[in-house]
Design a protein around this ligand. Structure first.
Ligand code: GLU
Length: 481
């Protein structure tokens, strides 16, 4: 049997890191088993769904390199993979279920249902709605024809229970005394999540449902519906939800949760995938660096932990730094050049691009997030006419400031050739002649050429900046003292 899995996001929000992990696990499972990965759009909530969210989901799955074989925004043999385009199919199934006794029209009002639950709680019996409020109606067709409002409910067999083995969570058992006769079709004829999702899973011949733990309690309903439809049962795997380092469910309080913000902040998709994969999957510890194709080879759903997975920004950032350091210099330059040009508000000349390329190995080592490159490299390409105030006060506006700058100007003015090594030697000699420590002697030079005490390694920076610009900047700063 070929494995067929699906990722079924509702386009009611931007792609969330937790959803991205669910997509990734489905993808890894499909690829590992040479199966088919299907994308479905669960857009039944017309009010909250939007094209913007739908686009965001597609865009960020593609960004992560999570490709799907069939489904929404791809071809497939099942027609539409968008639930809003399949209402006829859902209603057909609902009516079949009514016809063969698995479902019924329910006229109970919310007030009546509330009364039922309250009475059950008081009597110490199960508050799950069992259809007992429905009149013995032989006149259903007439009442509906008269325009009376009715939903369609699934008739949960009572007494009874549904059991299944969850690949992640083990043996599950749900007593039907706790399961409502749930609504499958609303009074306006639209399907509920339970109906739409199950009909799709059956129609698309899904073999393995891998989704978040928040949907665990829906599963007995889906199993009952599948049985009533005469469909093939899938196996289920419910992934733990993501938590913040404080043990609370991951939310905006812990920082951004949308993939888009991570992309914008300068995370690499490869690092993101790696980190997401480790959230629950025991491929090693949470510092294991493993590429996507290797993950595909090793993926094993049965080793995924049912413990809550902690999403830790610090770990993710560290992981991103690892991926950046391992990146090819040229690829890294190509990725960061647009950020630099955007910050400068102009394109670099070809000479400037060469200088940027020379700086890359130095900044790559020190970068955890892509935009940090801009802070480290822009001193090469902009005029230094303002200085970071703190840096200035600390290293320039002190006795050693002018001594260091005078010493550096004297040491570098006639320096030839201009290389990292010769600059290194000349400035070290300057320390000896002035009697300054490396910190007191070099920091003013750094502030003069870059505007602050933070810049890539000093001698290389001066080398790449070039002699004329270096001397101009040293003299400009000196004149201000
Ligand atoms: N559309 C559901 C959601 O976004 C997932 C449905 C499913 O996986 O069964 O949470």
């Amino acid at each position: 049997m070929t494995v067929r899995v699906r990722f079924a996001p509702s386009p009611t929000g931007y792609l969330h890191v937790g959803a991205a992990r669910t997509a990734l696990y489905n993808y890894l499972f499909a690829r590992h088993n040479s199966g088919t990965f299907i994308l479905r759009s669960d857009d039944t909530d017309a009010e909250r769904s939007s094209e913007e969210f739908q686009e965001d989901i597609l865009e960020h799955l593609r960004w992560l390199g999570i490709t799907w074989d069939e489904g929404f925004a791809a071809d497939g043999p099942h027609g539409s993979y968008r639930q809003s385009e399949r209402y006829d199919r859902y209603s057909e199934v609902a009516h079949d279920l009514v016809r063969n006794g698995h479902a019924y029209y329910s006229f109970a009002t919310p007030e009546q249902l509330e009364g039922f639950k309250k009475a059950a709680r008081e009597a110490g019996t199960s508050p799950a709605y069992d259809g007992s409020l429905e009149p013995d109606y032989s006149d259903v067709s007439r009442r509906i024809a008269d325009g009376e409002s009715a939903v369609v409910r699934f008739k949960v067999p009572r007494p009874g229970e549904t059991t299944f083995t969850d690949i992640v969570r083990g043996d599950m058992r749900f007593d039907h005394a706790q399961v409502d006769d749930f609504v499958i079709l609303r009074s306006n004829g639209t399907p509920t999540y339970h109906l739409a999702s199950t009909v799709d899973d059956v129609d698309y011949e899904i073999t393995n449902v891998i989704r978040g733990e928040d949907l665990l309690s829906s599963t007995p309903k889906h199993i009952l519906l599948t049985e009533a439809m005469g469909g093939e049962q899938a196996t289920y795997a419910h992934l733990s939800l993501l938590f913040g380092p404080d043990g609370k469910k991951l939310s905006k309080r812990h920082g951004d949760t949308a993939l888009a913000s991570y992309r914008e902040a300068g995370y690499l998709p490869e690092a993101m995938n790696n980190y997401l994969a480790l959230l629950g999957w025991n491929v090693g510890d949470d510092e294991t660096v493993v590429a996507l194709d290797e993950m595909v080879k090793r993926f094993d759903l049965s080793t995924v932990s049912k413990n809550p997975a902690v999403f830790d920004h610090k770990k993710l950032e560290w992981m991103n730094g690892v991926y950046i350091r391992n990146m090819d210099d040229r690829a890294f330059a190509e990725l960061t050049l647009p950020l630099l040009e955007a910050a400068l508000g102009r394109p670099l000349s070809s000479d400037e691009r060469d200088r940027f390329a020379r700086l890359i190995p130095l900044v790559k080592e020190r970068t955890k997030l892509l935009p940090e490159v801009v802070d480290q490299a822009s001193f090469l390409f902009r005029n230094i006419d303002t200085y970071d105030e703190k840096s200035w006060d600390k290293v320039m506006a002190v006795d050693e400031g002018p001594i260091a700058l005078d010493g550096a100007i004297a040491a570098l003015t006639d320096l030839d050739p201009w290389t990292t090594e010769s600059i290194d030697a000349a400035l070290r000699t300057m320390l000896e002649t002035t009697g300054l420590s490396a910190r007191k002697g070099f920091q003013p030079v750094r502030v003069a050429i870059s505007g602050s005490t933070v810049s890539p390694p000093l001698f290389e920076s001066l080398d790449i900046l070039g002699k004329p610009t270096t001397l101009t900047r040293l003299n400009t700063a000196r004149a201000l003292l």
